[in-house]
Each structure stands twice: as structure tokens, then as C-alpha cells.
Design a protein around this ligand. Structure first.
Ligand SMILES: Nc1ncnc2c1ncn2[C@@H]1O[C@H](COP(=O)(O)OP(=O)(O)OP(=O)(O)O)[C@@H](O)[C@H]1O
Ligand SMILES: [Mg+2]
Length: 302
């Protein structure tokens, strides 16, 4: 099973939408997907049609339990009305988890432990994170083989990305490991605006290989999709937004085939059979070089 965390320290950049849309594609393609809502606001839980106040077992119960087992984890998993898509829901009580867990050893590894129990049951698990650096986000980052950082193509969101990358560096040092593997996903891209275009250039120049070569376009269907409790790919798979997320999904699977092939199930690998990313996204290096020289010459003339 692959585990991906969708995280950013900035709010409202498209994290929950990214989880719901990737999960929608996994379901549509017949894969088994588990989403984990770690945000006390429970937006993803609501997106998929659950009322967090009505969930008798949820992620909070699992976090609090020092003696987890397979049965307890299974009890917290709900089937959604979409056949291959399950959820571990969130609740507002999760907001107290930092305080409740403080001082307990190994507190950052609880979610990894939870997901180990269902390792054979799903092709991909997707973790939605709150926009705050705390125990919930650290757990998600530790559990994931890959972190997707949705970054709205506007100036303020770029600052959020800076903070996130610093967090990855600190975590890499703290765990003495090889660091956090991450992909920056430009979201809400509006090609007609200067703000979108210049922030995309900035991302590609500063974060280079970490930036996915596609973009998630701005698309009003996403708002409609959350209001109707149906992920966009399951509403209109031909929409621009849905197609962009299909490309992102294939990109991530391809990335994992290189990084951790043993975690990629045959069903996940089969997603790549007719994918042609190289053609869709020719190398942007020349574009970036041209942009850079324009920027530098402008400065000279100033
Ligand atoms: N590509 C897009 N085009 C247009 N609207 C979008 C797009 N992606 C997300 N949205 C909308 O933007 C809002 C914020 O998105 P979302 O809830 O996914 O962000 P988030 O990062 O999870 O926020 P939070 O930090 O509050 O959890 C939502 O209303 C969503 O429908
Ligand atoms: Mg969210």
C-alpha cells in the first residue's frame, strides 16, 4: 500500500480537494482507497457525506488508544457510498490531541502504526492534514512515503510553501533519515492572470524538480463537488479539473515506482498503462531559462 500525505501549513490551498479528487480517481479506476481525515475541522469527512458528530468510532479514538489492534482500526473505518473508497473520519476532539499526547513516547508514529494494520487492504491511503504544524501533521509526514504540497499559485501561498519545506528539513534531521520526499502541486491556476503565471514561474525556478510539471486549474466544479458530496472525477471525469488530477495521480505512481517499488500494488502500477506524461509536459527547462534571463535583464535596466 502506498501512503501519501497531502499537507501544507497554509490554509485553503486545495489539500482536501486534492485528497477527494485523487481518491475519486482511484475509486473510478477500480482501486482500493482509504482516506484518513486528520483535520479537526473534518472537511474531508463532510465532503464524503459523513457528519463527524455521528461517527461513533473515529481517528480520535485510535490516537487515544495505547493498545491498538487490527479490530479497533477496522471499527473506525467507514465505507463511503463509493464502492472502493473507505474513510477514517475526523472529529473536532482531534484538536486536543497535541495536549492529550504530550510527553508520550513515540507520539509521532501512531498513524504509521494504525496504517500498518491495513497495509494489505488498500492500494493507496491518502492523509488529509490540518494547516497547522503539530502532532497530527508530524504523524502524517512520518507515515507517508510521499508528501504532496498543494500550493495556490498566488504570492501568499508561496510563503506557506517555504515554511513547509523548512519543516521537512527539520524532520529529516530529527529522524536521521533521508528527509521527506515531496512534490509541490500548483493549484487554482488561472492562466489569464499575472499572479498565477508569475508565481508558477517562481515555483519552478526555486523548487525545480520538486514541482509537478502540470497544474490544477481553477475550476468552479470543485466547489460544486464538495457541496454535492461527490469527488469531481465521479461527477465529470472529462472536466479540466478532473483530468488534471488524473495526470497528477499517474505522476505520483510513476514517482513511487522509482522511489519505493515494493509499495506499489499491481493495480496501482496498471494505472500507468496508457499514460503519456512525457508528451503532455515537455521539459520546461528552456522556458524557465528564458524567464530568468528576462527577469535579470529587467533588473539591470532599473
Ligand atoms: N482548483 C480549484 N479551483 C477552484 N476552487 C478550488 C480549487 N481547489 C479547491 N477549491 C476550493 O477552494 C476552497 C479551499 O479548498 P480546500 O478546502 O481543498 O483547501 P484546504 O487546503 O483543504 O483548506 P484548509 O486548510 O482549510 O483545510 C474550497 O472551497 C474548494 O472548493
Ligand atoms: Mg482541508
Amino acid at each position: 500500500m502506498l501512503v501519501w500525505a497531502i499537507a501544507s501549513q497554509k490554509g485553503g490551498v486545495g489539500k482536501t480537494t486534492t485528497v477527494a479528487s485523487l481518491a475519486g480517481w482511484l475509486e473510478k479506476e477500480g482501486l482500493r482507497a482509504l482516506v484518513v481525515d486528520t483535520d479537526p475541522h473534518a472537511s474531508l469527512t463532510a465532503y464524503l457525506g459523513f457528519d463527524d458528530e455521528q461517527l461513533d468510532r473515529n481517528l480520535f479514538d485510535l490516537y487515544k488508544d495505547p493498545e491498538l489492534d487490527r479490530e479497533k482500526v477496522a471499527q473506525a473505518i467507514r465505507h463511503t457510498r463509493f464502492k472502493g473508497l473507505d474513510i477514517i473520519g475526523s472529529t473536532m476532539a482531534l484538536a486536543t490531541i497535541d495536549r492529550q499526547l504530550s510527553g508520550r513516547a513515540g507520539v509521532g508514529r501512531i498513524l504509521s502504526k494504525i496504517l500498518k494494520f491495513v497495509d494489505d487492504d488498500y492500494d493507496v491511503a491518502l492523509i488529509d492534514c490540518p494547516p497547522v504544524l503539530g502532532a497530527l501533521m508530524v504523524n502524517a509526514l512520518v507515515a507517508a512515503s510521499l508528501v504532496l504540497v498543494p500550493t495556490q499559485t498566488e504570492f501568499l501561498a508561496l510563503k506557506g510553501l517555504e515554511g513547509m519545506v523548512r519543516t521537512f528539513e527539520i524532520m529529516g534531521k530529527a529522524t536521521n533519515g533521508s528527509g521527506v520526499d515531496y512534490i509541490v502541486v500548483p493549484t487554482m491556476f488561472d492562466r489569464r492572470t499575472h499572479a498565477s503565471n508569475s508565481s508558477l514561474d517562481f515555483l519552478r525556478i526555486h523548487y525545480r524538480d520538486h514541482v509537478w510539471k502540470g497544474v490544477i486549474p481553477v475550476d468552479t466544479l470543485f466547489r460544486e463537488s464538495s457541496a454535492r458530496n461527490v469527488p469531481v472525477p465521479l461527477m465529470d471525469k472529462k472536466s479540466r479539473g478532473a483530468e488534471a488530477y488524473r495526470e497528477l495521480l499517474c505522476h505520483c505512481v510513476r514517482h513511487e515506482l522509482q522511489a519505493c517499488p515494493d509499495k506499489v500494488t499491481p493495480a496501482a502500477a496498471a494505472l500507468l498503462t496508457d499514460d503519456t506524461e512525457a508528451e503532455k509536459h515537455p521539459d520546461h527547462e528552456k522556458e524557465i531559462a528564458a524567464d530568468m534571463s528576462t527577469m535579470l535583464s529587467a533588473e539591470e535596466g532599473a
